[in-house]
Design a protein around this ligand. Structure first.
Ligand SMILES: Cc1cc2nc3c(=O)[nH]c(=O)nc-3n(C[C@H](O)[C@H](O)[C@H](O)COP(=O)(O)OP(=O)(O)OC[C@H]3O[C@@H](n4cnc5c(N)ncnc54)[C@H](O)[C@@H]3O)c2cc1C
Length: 412
């Protein structure tokens, strides 16, 4: 019997496997994919993530020092920072680098094998795949967005999500990240052009409905404007959770990463939070395995610790996200005009609250800003109040989840 079976070799699963294998536990990782890490993603990580979970410099395509924001009325705001806040990386190789280190530390990998069922038993956990059957003392579910396995073990599924769609296109020698806003581009969310290797960019967007149609329109427009030469990889889509699972553990089982909904609801970025959560999961599980106590009581330290670290960010980010979704194009444009006036946007960018990975302080700063916060308060006093009291919004969302309440019903 293995000490741990990890389901999923994304950032969350590989890092958990690495941490546990380094401590001498018997770890088996199972992934249905053959090419580790080859999941739809743009591959932007914050500078803090790169410091904490370093990568070889040849895996970095660009460092993002500046960005362009295009408003619904097609005005452009330029942002630049003295110190790069983020890196655009070769995501497949970055994720695989964790797996290589986990293997070197003793973890065993089974690729091209899908886990179909996880059955907790009194003395262990039984794991049935499409090819085999394993038993383990414990399981980490790190099988990403939309996994049926959390439901399978009685932990439910994430309550809200958004669809992401992305293609690759041939571009000139631009190296600036672009974000486009507006109902005609990506209703409620945003679209992006992210230059990667020379002459290529990832072009994608997030939105709740008809994401593929919106991307087709966006790509056509960029092509007609001569911004992209052609599409080099056809669009594909995947989901991004916007809310965490209520319970991320039970006896012998922990859930991490996208499967647990540990993603920034503002941007949809989840690599760093997956890595941080998997570190906590591995630490708690290592203690439980050593103590011979794999009860949910012992393992609840995992939920307590990841919530201490990320809970406030996820709550505040979700409140702000919902508020943004209810802004009209003219309201967004008007906010952008105000921010542009007197270089307000640059003032925000240069403020100590700016962080690629931690957004709650910047949200708070904007909400308290006499002009921007005041405008948001006028535009939607109810939601503006909730954004100051994120727990209140989540309480409401919790009670009304799945209901027809237009404020909080899940529309994914
Ligand atoms: C279009 C798009 C762009 C994104 N861009 C960024 C970005 O720039 N920066 C960022 O931080 N985040 C980004 N994200 C989010 C990021 O990709 C995820 O948050 C991150 O990959 C989560 O890691 P994970 O390990 O939890 O899950 P995943 O990376 O999804 O890994 C889960 C693994 O589990 C495997 N699996 C699933 N089911 C089974 C099964 N039954 N049996 C065996 N194996 C299974 C899958 O094959 C997969 O390898 C983006 C997401 C999308 C969709």
């Amino acid at each position: 019997m293995d000490d741990v079976v990890v389901v999923g070799a994304g950032p969350a699963g590989n890092n958990a496997a690495l941490e546990l294998a380094k401590r001498g536990f018997g770890v088996r990782v199972i992934d249905s994919r053959v090419n580790i890490g080859d999941k739809l993603c743009t591959g932007i990580i914050g500078a803090e993530c790169a410091r904490r979970f370093p990568l070889d410099s040849e895996l970095v395509y660009h460092e993002a020092r500046s960005a362009k924001l295009v408003t619904p009325e097609k005005a452009t705001l330029h942002f630049s920072v003295a110190t790069p806040q983020a890196k655009i990386v070769d995501r497949v190789s970055y994720v695989a680098s964790f797996a290589h280190r986990a293997e070197a530390a003793g973890a065993t990998y089974h690729l091209g094998q899908r886990v179909l069922e996880i059955s907790p038993e009194s003395s262990g956990v039984s794991i049935r795949t499409d090819q085999n059957h394993y038993r383990a003392r414990s399981v980490i579910i790190a099988s990403g967005f939309g996994t049926p396995l959390t439901n399978n073990v009685g932990l439910g599924k994430v309550a809200d999500y958004v669809t992401a769609v992305q293609a690759e296109a041939a571009i000139g020698d631009e190296d600036q990240v672009e974000i486009h806003l507006g109902q005609s581009v990506a209703p409620g969310f945003f679209s992006w052009i992210v230059p990667t290797r020379p002459g290529r960019a990832l072009v994608g967007l997030l939105t709740r409905r008809k994401a593929q149609n919106h991307l087709d329109d966006f790509l056509r427009r960029l092509e007609s404007e001569g911004r992209i030469r052609c599409v080099t990889k056809e669009p594909s889509s995947w989901g991004i959770p916007l809310r965490p699972l209520k319970h991320t553990l039970r006896d012998r089982i922990l859930v991490v990463g996208d499967a647990a909904g540990q993603v920034k609801p503002t941007s949809g970025g989840g690599i760093y939070y997956s890595l941080l959560s998997s570190e906590i999961a591995a630490d708690v599980l290592a203690g439980a395995l050593s103590a011979g106590d794999l009860s949910s009581r012992y393992l609840s330290n995992y939920q307590r610790r990841w919530k201490e670290l990320l809970g406030h960010e996820l709550e505040t980010g979700y409140s702000a996200r919902r508020m943004y979704e209810y802004l009209s194009d003219s309201q967004i444009s008007s906010l952008a005009r105000q921010a542009d006036r007197n270089g307000l946007h640059q003032e925000l960018i240069n403020s100590p609250e700016l962080s690629f990975d931690w957004h709650s302080q910047m949200i708070d700063k904007v909400m308290r800003h006499p002009i921007l916060g005041g405008m948001l308060g006028l535009v939607n006093p109810f939601l503006a109040t909730l954004a100051h009291r994120p727990n209140r919004l989540l309480d409401l969302a919790g009670t009304a989840s799945g209901s027809s309440d237009p404020l909080v019903s899940t529309r994914g």
